[in-house]
Design a protein around this ligand. Structure first.
Ligand code: NAG
Ligand code: NAG
Ligand code: NAG
Ligand code: NAG
Ligand code: NAG
Ligand code: NAG
Ligand code: NAG
Ligand code: NAG
Ligand code: NAG
Ligand code: NAG
Length: 657
């Protein structure tokens, strides 16, 4: 059955091969850049130049310091620029550049389209050198590079202005410059600029315009590339930043080049090739089928060949060197220890004058490679004011490390349970006022809503509890410790241990034990427990008992609610200083989130509406409903049902929506 398409393919191939003997070309086209395109590109250093946001970023769009960097990105195959037999090749290339400054008001340095003998970026080619040359190679034939520069900074006397295009031959001092201000184009304002470079074997012409406008010829100059460059060259881009920075990116790139290679243009070649190709094709199909089945299995088992390759190929935060993190934390000095958990130890550190928290994943823990990758790549991309930001990661000497923003006020549990701790050594923490507590539960709700509904991928936190809520300098809540709950579940699956089933006892929805997986609704349940403990200043329940549903804060509070005096449950440390109506509505909301039937729990959207006073809390029965499984969806339409019902999904972890 599968042979018919193959035969068709072969016929097309033969047709193509015969045709290609008359018109040879070196063509490629990227209408945008996706991770997939990396295999067709050659990146000088992929922690500097890489694909992000559908564009080829020559100097990075990463977290962290991007000053004084230079990078290059090329098409993966060399272009035959000239041959003795056929002379110089012609080419016509169009690309769209977008240069924007990230934060700084000042921009630097620039970007260039280059033809280069060498794929490496010269050492110390940042700043004015544009990644083209450095102080040693500038002006020498050793550089062996020809470029069209788009300069956004007047770096030295001879530079025309901060918005020009120039022709660079083995030097960043242009032999020819033209200001783009004459053509209505401002390079550094983050606007797409279309550039077309044509070379007809004698003259090089450069056209520049805004994307949808007619191209302006900026210059045309006679140029003998055969004298300047070797026969085979890399084509691509270089860029640099200096004291001032910008994001230098290419959003699209199209290249049509003539192939002047010495071809053995006889039919024999075709006849040898066709059988070889067809054999390769057939075995390729077989192998593909085999592989595609097999790889599915691999994914489940989490067998990644190499952590680095996997993380590098995605939009990831900064990669740290182990040495940097050792320096930052005083070689993981115990004095810098912030806390210790099942997954490792967290240290405080200082990096580039900024405070950071470094989690050193314990080698004994089962936070395996796959979870580490998941945390770095998925969580690293999340960005919300109520999430602890992942600054970077490190994998060296088999050490897995995660770097987060430092949270000056530590975790929330210390503030709400301090009286419960008999220990006198703990410095006493101030009591959080009602307004602060409300702000905290609101912040966590916003973070969860973002995780569930706001980002490209739906993320379940799985381990919401007060010790995973961090407080920043203004006591805003920041949800932290991602991927851990997910990890526990992974571990649970393989170890058949029930002690560490996803989540923390006391915070887990009753159905968790039956469905053995996390859902949006189990996250909402844990959130409900958090709300109750923050308002009541009481621990969620007997933490040593696993299924402590009957012994929980939920039961305890429901009793108050049944008796019609729910506000009496409020933390006595508040000394009655709170808005009764707000507290009552928040407590009822907390109970609604902890409804034994997951179908009745509100969505995080509804939670937010209640907390901001835009909606009343959902109806909650006076008597605590008993837990029945399987849980039935509500029979009569209930105000929040449309939200909850549609939400009751079965994905178990991070899943694309
Ligand atoms: C790539 O760039 C990073 C970031 O600047 C640097 O730390 C690393 O050493 C570079 N790698 C190579 C092979 O030059
Ligand atoms: C960047 O490099 C220049 C020299 O090229 C140096 O003067 C400057 O201090 C460096 N800036 C940073 C932030 O490293
Ligand atoms: C080069 O490409 C541009 C854009 O595709 C096109 O308009 C132009 O005619 C081409 N020039 C030549 C000489 O083929
Ligand atoms: C300039 O680059 C070349 C080639 O990468 C290198 O050999 C040379 O040491 C560099 N010069 C400086 C000053 O870094
Ligand atoms: C770089 O090379 C050019 C010649 O191409 C020369 O005019 C210029 O002075 C050189 N710049 C430096 C800083 O060496
Ligand atoms: C380009 O835009 C920037 C930012 O708006 C501005 O500072 C600069 O003067 C502009 N340059 C030209 C040449 O118009
Ligand atoms: C140019 O890039 C910047 C930063 O990546 C982005 O904000 C902006 O939307 C881009 N411009 C266009 C026209 O896409
Ligand atoms: C190159 O430019 C020169 C001068 O502008 C012109 O005389 C010549 O015809 C051009 N060559 C080609 C192949 O267009
Ligand atoms: C350019 O034109 C296309 C198609 O007409 C349009 O989708 C796009 O938004 C335009 N871009 C700009 C920057 O005007
Ligand atoms: C970069 O800034 C440093 C001081 O921070 C200064 O010494 C140096 O001259 C600057 N370099 C350039 C190229 O502006």
């Amino acid at each position: 059955m599968a042979t018919l398409p193959v035969i068709k393919l072969l016929l097309t191939l033969i047709a193509l091969l015969s045709a290609s003997r008359s018109v040879n070309c070196f063509d490629f086209s990227f209408s945008d850049f996706q991770q997939d395109d990396r295999k067709d590109l050659l990146l000088s250093n992929d922690s500097i130049s890489n694909i992000f946001r559908d564009a080829l970023q020559i100097t990075p769009d990463l977290n962290g310091d991007i000053r004084n960097t230079s990078g290059r990105a090329y098409y993966g195959k060399k272009f035959r620029l000239w041959s003795k037999k056929k002379g110089t090749a012609t080419f016509n290339t169009t690309f769209v550049i977008n240069i924007s400054n990230k934060d700084s008001p000042d921009v630097g340095e620039g970007l260039a389209f280059i033809l280069s003998a060498d794929s490496d970026v010269p050492i110390d080619s940042h700043g004015q050198w544009l990644g083209i040359v450095n102080s040693t190679t500038n002006g020498t034939t050793q550089a062996s590079v020809v470029g069209v520069e788009f300069d956004t900074r007047k770096s030295y006397e001879e530079d025309l202005d901060d918005n020009h295009v120039g022709l660079d031959i083995n030097s960043c001092y242009s032999t020819l410059q033209e200001s783009l201000s004459n053509y209505g184009v401002n390079l550094s304002i983050g606007e797409d600029v279309k550039v077309n470079v044509q070379y007809d074997g004698q003259n090089m012409s450069v056209f520049v315009s805004k994307v949808n406008e007619t191209a302006n010829l900026v210059f045309s100059v006679a140029l003998n590339l055969q004298e300047l460059l070797p026969e085979n060259v890399f084509v691509g881009f270089s860029a640099s930043t200096g004291n001032f920075t910008q994001l230098n990116c290419i959003r699209a790139w199209d290249f049509n080049g003539e192939d002047v290679g010495d071809e053995n243009s006889n039919l024999l070649w075709v006849w040898i090739l066709v059988p070889v190709v067809s054999l390769a094709l057939l075995s390729g199909i077989g192998f593909y089928l085999y592989w595609s089945r097999k790889s599915k299995k691999y994914d489940l088992e989490g067998a990644y060949p190499n952590i680095e390759d996997h993380i590098k190929s995605t939009t990831a935060p900064r990669r740290f060197k182990l040495r940097e993190l050792r320096n930052a934390t005083g070689n993981f000095n115990h004095k810098n220890k912030l806390g210790k958990g099942g997954f490792g130890t967290v240290y405080k550190g200082v990096w580039k004058e900024k405070e950071i928290a470094v989690k050193r994943v314990s080698k004994k823990s089962n936070q395996g490679n796959q979870e580490f990758i998941a945390e770095v790549t998925t969580i690293g991309n999340l960005n919300h004011k109520n999430l602890v930001k992942l600054v970077g990661w490190c994998y060296e000497n088999r050490e897995l490390l995660l770097v987060y923003e430092f949270m000056p006020h530590g975790s929330l549990d210390k503030y709400i349970f301090y009286n419960d701790k008999a220990s006198q050594d703990e410095p006493s923490q101030p009591t959080l006022r009602w307004e602060t507590r409300l702000m905290i539960i609101q912040g966590v709700a916003e973070a969860l809503d973002y995780l569930h509904n706001g980002s490209d991928k739906r993320v379940l936190h799985r381990d919401i509890k007060s010790s995973n809520i961090m407080l920043d300098s203004e006591f805003n809540a920041r949800l932290g410790d991602f991927g851990l709950a997910r990890t526990i579940q992974q571990r649970e699956k393989t170890h058949h241990s029930t002690i560490e089933i996803a989540g923390t006892p006391g915070y887990m929805a009753p159905e968790t034990f039956l469905i053995s997986r996390a859902t949006v609704e189990t996250d909402v349940y844990s959130y409900g427990i958090l709300v109750l403990e923050v308002i009541c200043g009481r621990k969620p329940g007997n933490q040593s008992e696993l299924n402590n549903y009957n012994n929980s804060i939920v039961n305890w509070l429901w009793e108050f609610y049944r008796k019609g005096k729910i506000t009496e449950a409020v933390d006595s440390k508040l000394d009655g200083e709170f808005n009764e109506k707000e507290v009552e509505s928040a407590l009822i909301l907390g109970l609604a989130c902890c409804h034994p039937n997951p179908h009745y729990r509100p969505s995080m959207k509804t939670v937010l509406a209640v907390l901001t006073g835009e909606a009343d809390p959902p109806q909650v029965p006076q008597q605590r409903p008993s837990f029945v499984w399987p849980a039935m969806p509500p029979v009569f339409s209930q105000s929040d049902y449309s939200l909850t019902g549609s939400q009751f999904t079965t994905f178990s972890e991070i899943s694309a929506r």
